[in-house]
Design a protein. Structure first.
Length: 359
């Protein structure tokens, strides 16, 4: 029975999230992306944090009532991963095959997607926001269940490192949902289409790969890491968080009100009369300081786990490097095409792509 339920568990969680997302109260927000063949901005209905809290409280109630074991998602992790992989493939295929072609190759369309911003019921449910929400919630359930397995199986030999790393992952999820409105102005929402990369990525990759720092270590006895080292490692995480969240918030507030100061930083810009670009604050340090922040956050989580020689946890920050460095190149090409000489002026003032003074 665990095999069948484990396989179906991602689909059941995603269906529950879809229903809750559709029926629970939410706040309507205007985004940065525009409707197809129009300059009209898309609107989104946001209630991610409320949906997240309802699901987590419901999960805790089921576990406390002994209707579900605290470590159930860990024990059925392989079955759940298989179910998410299959569902992600079907979702991506059906979404792409029923839409008009964009590229000459179906494989390119399947991977990158054809539909830019699919929505239901005039924006009440947006595909991209729902995908990120389901990935975040199942990731949180996995993190909690993995941590419960470690506690139940090792007793006095359990590792505080595991709980600290798990706490940082949960902070990562709750931070995203807290600032859900800010992500309406990020690259994924206005530049990418919905296909295998985004659809399968959120359905299967996000909730199961992002927990890889814990996947093997929760089955091992605790390690002895000094308090000072843990403070440093947590500091690495929050240094990265400050870069990523700070950069995204500065850009968000600038797009909402170009005259508004952020953290005491008055916007300094360059313009060609049509477009305006920020050249100070976070966006004056490097062109994608937020990408460096994401990498540092992942590195801090892996360091907190404590099993430094295990290769698997390190796949987490390596993934961000493999994802974000090519994305930076693509984004620079898109910006060069969009802004022309203004972008050349910006790159002269902000020469570093991601890592200040290095790259």
């Amino acid at each position: 029975m665990d095999i069948i339920l484990g396989f179906l568990s991602p689909i059941l969680v995603y269906l529950l999230v879809f229903v809750l997302h559709a029926i629970l109260p939410g706040k309507w927000m205007q985004g940065y992306a525009t409707k197809a063949d129009s300059t009209e901005k898309l609107t989104y209905r946001l209630n991610g944090m409320l949906v997240f809290l309802v699901v987590i409280v419901g999960w805790a109630f089921l576990c406390y009532s002994s209707l579900l074991s605290w470590d159930w998602f860990y024990r059925t992790r392989w079955y759940g991963l298989a179910g998410a992989v299959v569902f992600g493939l079907l979702f991506s295929f059906l979404l792409v095959v029923n839409a008009p072609p964009v590229k000459k190759s179906f494989l390119a369309d399947f991977f990158l997607g054809r539909l830019e911003n699919p929505q239901l019921w005039e924006g009440r449910v947006d595909a991209k926001m729902w995908l990120y929400l389901i990935g975040a919630i199942l990731l949180a359930l996995n993190v909690l269940s993995f941590s419960a397995f470690h506690y139940q199986n090792f007793g006095v030999e359990h590792s505080w490192n595991i709980y600290i790393a798990a706490g940082l992952l949960l902070f990562f999820v709750s931070d995203y949902l807290t600032f859900e409105r800010v992500h309406l102005y990020t690259y994924d929402l206005f530049a990418e289409r919905v296909g295998f990369k985004l659809g399968w990525g959120c359905i299967a990759f996000y909730p199961f790969f992002y927990v890889i720092p814990l996947w093997v270590p929760v089955g091992l006895p605790g390690v002895d890491t000094s308090v000072w080292l843990l403070v440093v490692f947590v500091g690495v995480f929050f240094l990265g968080w400050g870069m990523s969240r700070g950069a995204n918030l500065q850009k968000y507030y600038f797009k909402k009100d170009p005259t508004r100061a952020f953290l005491g930083i008055t916007p300094r810009t360059i313009t060609d009369g049509q477009h305006t670009l920020l050249v100070n604050g976070f966006w004056g340090v490097s062109r994608h300081i937020n990408y460096l922040g994401e990498i540092l956050m992942a590195t801090g989580i892996v360091l907190c786990v404590g099993h430094y020689l295990l290769p698997w946890p390190w796949l987490y920050p390596l993934y961000y490097i493999a994802l974000l460095f090519p994305r930076q190149l693509d984004d620079d090409k898109r910006c060069e095409k969009k802004y022309g000489m203004l972008w050349s002026q910006y790159t002269k003032q902000v020469p570093y792509r991601i890592i200040p003074f290095l790259y």
